[in-house]
Ligand binder design. Structure first.
Ligand code: AMP
Length: 441
């Protein structure tokens, strides 16, 4: 854990209890009702700095409580001062994340009388327009939709006091920078700006210089580390056997709530169909799904109606679900940071979780790079009894894995189940037993 200053002297330090934080009693009530007992490390270190009104760069692993780390100081500031104007703007890369931050804002700020609104694409403009015209004090928005509203002339940001760029590294990934610039240029220059990012690549540091003034940096945990509490396991498997291996793994009841990542929307849809065809309750979430389809899938997953949620990386940002037991990397990302973000979906807020990676021979170099970045040597495991050498069924030819061309001419055979015998899941580092049923709220 570390703190530093990118241009300023050191100031407020960390604190270990919510009582010590100089927050209004109504906010403390909100915190209590959320069930938060002690501030997470990023909250301990970021909140006191943010309360001083200074700019801040927060580097924290995904799932460490950074949303509340910026929301609480914002709400504290907004408790005083005028109502009926937009005074805080939070930009997020995805609509799910916008909804999540706005929901947290309403829950934490329940007793403050402050109004928040989420502004994102894929739904009607009407309610969002009313919130913007009505001067909701906190706006959480994705850049594209916000710019749509701004082009219509009724958005007033001249009284914005605080701006937050959430998941800033991701925003750059997605090519949002021009939009973010356009929006930031409309804000008063004497605002407070906070930038949060799970990783701190050089582009972010440059961005920080453009948008921030003498920011304090607050870094929690090693920059490249994946979320604490995750057990990583690699399962080498030919590309065309991934789907069958996943279904075998899912026979283990320990996998109560599973988030599966694929590289493309097409692969996500296909895997989703295969799982459903095989009687696994599954949902799918990616950029081509409508907002209502995404919300339905996410809600089903959250409530435990859906056991397996298949997602692409774009969609993963908004997934904040208590008790994700396993993250499965069905496809290995070529960027190590993407891996860190994915596995951050399990072990949220100091819970534990497992991350399984199905690594085809073509992906082993990418996986090796991930290990290097994490500074970890991830254990390899084979599922006992699983037939790794079954040939691909004809329909799999050519699409089984990235760059993988399955050998043609094999006999027409469906996926084979290996010899029977007692089932054993892959070895678990840490020696935890299965959780007692679903771990959901
Ligand atoms: P975030 O990193 O903001 O997406 O938060 C991850 C999860 O941690 C969310 O479910 C939060 O509700 C939860 N959380 C945030 N702060 C705390 C806290 N102080 N104590 C317990 N859980 C928290």
């Amino acid at each position: 854990m570390g703190e530093g200053s990118a241009g300023g002297s050191s100031g407020a330090g960390g604190t270990t209890s919510f009582e010590e934080l100089e927050l209004h009693p109504t906010l403390k009530k909100g915190i209590q009702e959320m069930g938060y007992r002690t501030p997470t490390p990023i909250q301990q270190h970021a909140i006191p700095h943010a309360l001083t009104g200074r700019d801040l760069i927060g580097t924290a692993q995904t799932g460490t409580g950074k949303t509340a780390a910026f929301l609480l100081p914002i709400l504290e500031r907004l408790m005083n001062g005028p109502r009926g104007h937009t005074r805080a703007l939070i930009l997020t890369p995805t609509r799910e994340l916008a909804v999540q931050a706005e929901t947290f804002m309403r829950t934490l700020g329940r007793h403050t009388g402050l109004r928040g609104a989420a502004v994102y694409g894929g739904v009607g403009m009407g309610d969002q327009e009313r919130a913007l015209r009505g001067g909701a004090e906190v706006i959480v928005a994705t850049p594209g939709r916000l710019l749509d509203h701004m082009s219509r002339g009724y958005v007033r940001f001249d009284r914005v006091e605080v701006a937050v760029l959430d998941e800033a590294d991701r925003m750059l990934d997605m090519g949002f920078l021009p939009d973010v610039r356009k929006i930031m240029e409309t804000l008063p220059t004497d605002r407070q700006t906070m930038l949060f990012s799970a990783t701190m690549p050089p582009e972010i540091v440059r961005l920080a210089q453009v948008f921030l003034r003498e920011p304090r940096t607050v870094q929690v945990g090693p920059q490249a580390a994946a979320a604490v509490g995750v057990s990583h396991l690699a399962l080498p498997v030919p590309g065309h056997r991934k789907s069958a291996l996943l279904r075998e793994l899912l026979r283990d009841e320990v996998m109560t709530s599973v988030l599966v990542f694929t590289r493309t929307k097409h692969r996500a849809d296909r895997l989703h169909r295969e799982l459903e065809r095989n009687g696994v309750s599954a949902g799918v979430i990616h950029g081509d799904r409508s907002q209502s389809q995404r919300t339905r899938a996410l809600e089903g997953f959250r409530m435990g109606r859906i056991r397996v949620l298949v997602a692409t990386d774009l969609a993963s940002r908004g997934i904040d679900v208590e008790g994700v037991s396993h993250v499965v990397n069905y496809d290995i990302p070529s960027e190590p940071d993407v891996y860190i973000h994915r596995v951050g979906r399990t072990a949220r807020a100091e819970r534990r979780g497992d991350a399984y990676s199905l690594v085809s021979p073509e992906e082993s170099d990418d996986f090796h790079r991930i290990e290097q970045r994490l500074g970890l040597s991830v254990a390899r495991s084979q599922l006992p009894g699983f037939d790794y050498s079954a040939p691909p069924p004809p329909r799999d030819l050519g699409v089984a894995a990235r760059g993988h061309r399955a050998p043609g001419g094999g006999p027409r055979r469906a996926y084979q189940r290996g010899p029977g015998g007692p089932r054993r899941g892959p070895p678990r580092s840490g020696g935890r037993g299965p959780p007692p049923g679903r771990r959901r709220r």
